[in-house]
Design a protein around this ligand. Structure first.
Ligand SMILES: C[S@@+](CC[C@H](N)C(=O)[O-])C[C@H]1O[C@@H](n2cnc3c(N)ncnc32)[C@H](O)[C@@H]1O
Length: 222
């Protein structure tokens, strides 16, 4: 697992402060730790919940949902007739997500779509109040461009791994964001750098880094 970019103290205080996970989230977190699955973790999960509240989210879309950990944090905050769209290329992961949501009575607030998220987003109606980008790092910019017309005014787009991840190197991300050529950069590092440059240059959005977990880029539509 990629280590968090924050100290143990910061992560512990953030977790202790809340929002509090429920028993199902705890179980999902244990699974991720046990299997080395790259979920966003509780500190970022708490911020997903907070942001969903801040924007009064009714509809959300996620690029890359795994077994539903991050989407679950959002689903808890939605109204009973709200919906989070989970997308996943791995059908087994998505089935697991559906089981977790059902066990918590949250299935009515979720749509589980198997397949490439960048194709799925074209088939699902917006607007979305909250979007999470957590698919392949070299396709983040394409994901943003695909969902952009469907982001509600005042809506928020979060991109995980804005600083680090398995194949993402922060120094390379910085260089790409500064417009430097970086021949040795991985596709993932280049993808993140290009994503950050893309949202920074978008006049309709204001973006800032949330320095928790592996770094989250938060962009709000004006
Ligand atoms: C880093 S994991 C995070 C899962 C989830 N967001 C969480 O934090 O719990 C990313 C997931 O995205 C899936 N994925 C990658 N590219 C995808 C794509 N183009 N469409 C749908 N799912 C994708 C992977 O299979 C993996 O399960």
């Amino acid at each position: 697992m990629t280590p968090s970019i924050v100290s143990e103290d910061v992560a512990a205080i953030a977790e202790a402060l809340g929002p509090e996970p429920d028993a199902v989230l705890e179980e999902m977190h244990d699974r991720a730790e046990r299997e080395g699955f790259p979920h966003v973790g509780p500190t970022v999960g708490g911020w997903l919940a907070l942001l969903a509240r801040l924007v009064d989210a009714e509809r959300a879309f996620e690029f890359g949902s795994g077994f539903g950990y991050s989407a679950y944090w959002i689903a808890r905050e939605l109204p009973t007739d709200g919906e989070v769209v989970l997308t996943e290329v791995d059908e087994d992961e998505l089935d697991l997500a559906a089981e977790y949501f059902a066990s918590a009575g949250l299935a009515q607030r979720a749509r589980f779509v198997h397949g490439d998220a960048l194709e799925t987003v074209d088939r699902v109606d917006g607007p979305f109040d909250l979007v999470v980008i957590d698919n392949e790092k070299d396709r983040y910019r394409a994901a943003f461009d695909a969902v952009r017309p469907k982001v509600a005014s005042g809506g928020v787009v979060l991109a995980d791994n804005a600083v680090t991840a398995g194949h993402v190197d922060a120094a390379a991300v910085r260089a790409v964001l500064a417009g430097e050529r970086r021949p040795g950069a991985t596709d993932a590092s280049r993808g993140i750098g290009e994503y950050l440059a893309r949202v920074r240059e978008d006049d309709d959005f204001t973006s800032a880094l949330l320095p928790l977990g592996e770094g989250v880029c938060v962009s709000v539509r004006r």
